[in-house]
Design a protein around this ligand. Sequence first.
Ligand code: THG
Length: 379
Amino acid sequence: MNAMPSIAPPALAISPRLRRTPFSARVEAAGVRGYTIYNRMLLPTVFRTTEDDYWHLREHVQLWDVSAERQVEIVGPDASRLAQLLTPRNLSKIAIGQCAYAPITDGGGGMLNDPVLLRLGPERFWLSLADSDLLLWAKGLAFGMGLSVDVFEADVHPLAVQGPKAETLMARVFGEAVHAIRFFRFARLSFQGHSMVIARSGWSKQGGFEIYLDRPELGHALWDALWEAGRDLSVGPGCPNLIERIEGGLLSYGNDMTREHTPLECGLERFCSLDSDIQFIGRDALRRQRTRGVPRLVCGVAFGGEPCPPLTERWTVEAEGKRIGSVSSAAYSPAIDCNIGIAMLATDATTPGTSVSVVTPLGQVEGEVRDLPFAVPPL
Ligand code: THG
């Protein structure tokens, strides 16, 4: 067992190489206490404490600077051909104005990213990225295949408005038209005379919207307008919340899944069209794996002991004294009142209720497999 560090954790040095966002000044004025780096850009991780942020998200409404979810734009005559090559998701079913959660796979079926795709036009897409250099993969394919398409990082910065009061707040700033936006659809609504893409989406299960700001100079005005309009709704700053997203079973690329894992192992088969004749990279490998069966599968784990410390390396999971996988994200859930985690385990150990033990820095603790998302008591 490792000794607990008794000194403050190292600070993350910020320099121009790590990009700021159109909202960074407001995020800092609102008291951001931690950042991570995501696509070489600042992404807030905590404002008060992860637990305080969690309860506030479940009860009120928060503004999240998720500019680090960079947009790779694909536009031109071959745009839909390239977009379809990138993902097992059947894009012929995705309408203009629709978002789609789209796993991106390499030739072996390994996950390269898991963006939200937005279809902006018949031959125009945004891939709203998780943390990996998908731009380079897409540009390489376009060049190597001689496709007639432009691929670039658009100057677009998503601001998420999340929480049960998000719809009320959004309607005050963007008008009643926000009510008509369905889940994973988007519309163009006007702010100070400028039209912006607004989707009903976001990396929480509390409901909400994402504003794709394509005029960075309006960042402060947009933040301030939402802030002022939300005073009586207890609007606050926020960010993707570790506790809430583990409860909700939202996987984090780089943490819970990497190039080593296929979408089938990640529980994302419902976003893969393996039986249609669409052409995409990784199709044969995924079909083979589906026939053979996945050797491991993502699942939830609930485990006891003291509230667990932050996870900085994956924690080994054992059953009957043998290593069967690892936990890749973990937090104490105050609502469920135990530690919860997302794990990748040997498939035959992933039946809910299976007893496991988790090797944490505080020692080995007993737990059990749970379904994702976790069952969370209502407020
Ligand atoms: N919003 C935007 N870009 C993003 C994220 C986001 N890029 C990075 C990351 N998040 C991508 N990952 C996810 C994972 C899950 C979901 C969204 C983005 C999600 N899933 C829903 C669910 O699992 O219940 C529904 C998916 C569906 O039905 O299609 O919302 O958050 N802009």
